[in-house]
Design a protein around this ligand. Structure first.
Ligand code: SF4
Ligand SMILES: [Zn+2]
Ligand SMILES: [Zn+2]
Length: 316
């Protein structure tokens, strides 16, 4: 937030300076700017239309709540799903933020909040569950979230799933993929992953044109209460280091993050089938999981395997 500066658009007092756009905005013009950036992302990547049903993945953090708010404000039909991971101290607070937003803002606008509780299905919270199945917490968490979001989207007939990944997230991920030359991941890194296969929902990231700082400002200015703390499991994650490095570059040279990530997207769009998420070989091997019916290339899908291992571990 800044003092003594005027809005680039309307010349009233500005509340936020955006060096990467060489601009400063008052609250109203800043809201218009964020809505415009999201609208441009939706149109340029052909994410969804006004009559599509959207399922937003909400965590209680600034990005996902801002995304839900922006989509509802722009007149989209957006419901949300919250996955309660059962992390002591953190999950209760993040759940409360989501519930409060849903009750006070989303529900009066006709939107629904779905909730999935990991403990109910797996018999343990995410930390204990990961120990039981000898898998890193974040990888178990990622798999469960992907599975549950896809399941609800398919069962409840949503056209598309939207996540709150922002410019910082995508630029950090790109940096990690480039540093390790992860060709497979680079080919799949896109703000629009089409529903290339039967049983998988299309996934989009409408916030890829906005930074973390801009989304935090959006929530503060619009009185959206979000959980400020990162998930305690994120401590020391590589992504945080990449974000720090990119922030240093951004301070020295505003616009670096967007040139890096948007430039990558431009180059990618010049190549055919930029969004293809699976190879033809994977498509041919895909069949419904005999236990739960969701698509998988293995005998039994990884989620059902995880639940089975967790149950054996509890019995022992
Ligand atoms: S930090 Fe790890 S455990 Fe926490 S929400 Fe992210 S992926 Fe899940
Ligand atoms: Zn203004
Ligand atoms: Zn299954």
């Amino acid at each position: 937030m800044i003092a003594m500066m005027n809005c680039t658009k309307c010349k009233t007092k500005a509340v936020l300076k955006l060096p990467r756009h060489n601009a400063a905005f008052c609250k109203e013009c800043f809201n218009n700017f964020t809505h415009d950036q999201v609208g441009r992302a939706i149109r340029s990547e052909d994410m969804f239309r006004k009559d599509d049903r959207i399922l937003v993945a909400v965590s209680g953090g600034k990005d996902s709540l801002a995304l839900w708010d922006i989509l509802l404000t722009l007149g989209y039909k957006a419901d949300a799903l919250y996955v309660n991971l059962g992390i002591a101290g953190y999950s209760d607070r993040s759940h409360e933020n989501v519930r409060r937003y849903a009750e006070t803002i989303a529900s009066p606008r006709g939107a629904t909040l779905h909730t999935h509780t990991v403990e109910q299905d797996a018999g343990a919270g995410i930390k204990e569950l990961s120990l039981m199945v000898h898998r890193p917490t974040c990888s178990t968490c990622g798999m469960i979230k992907r599975y549950q979001f896809n399941r609800i989207a398919i069962e409840q007939d949503y056209d598309v799933m939207a996540t709150g990944h922002n410019l910082d997230d995508e630029a950090a991920r790109l940096l990690g993929n480039v540093l390790h030359w992860q060709d497979d991941y680079l080919a799949k890194q896109s703000p629009n992953l089409p529903a290339s296969l039967e049983g998988f929902t299309k996934k989009v990231k409408p916030l890829y044109r906005l930074t973390e700082r801009e989304l935090a400002a959006y929530c503060v200015l619009n009185r959206i209460d979000y959980i400020v703390d990162e998930c305690p499991m994120a401590q020391g994650a590589r992504t945080l280091l990449y974000k720090e490095v990119l922030n240093r570059l951004e301070t020295e040279s505003p616009g670096t993050k967007q040139y890096f990530y948007w430039g990558f997207l431009e180059k990618q769009s010049q190549q055919a089938s930029a969004g293809a998420s699976m190879t033809e070989k994977d498509q041919a091997r895909l069949h419904p999981c005999p236990t739960c019916g969701q698509p998988t290339t293995a005998d039994i899908c990884s989620y059902c395997k995880l639940i089975a291992r967790a149950k054996t571990s509890i019995i022992r």
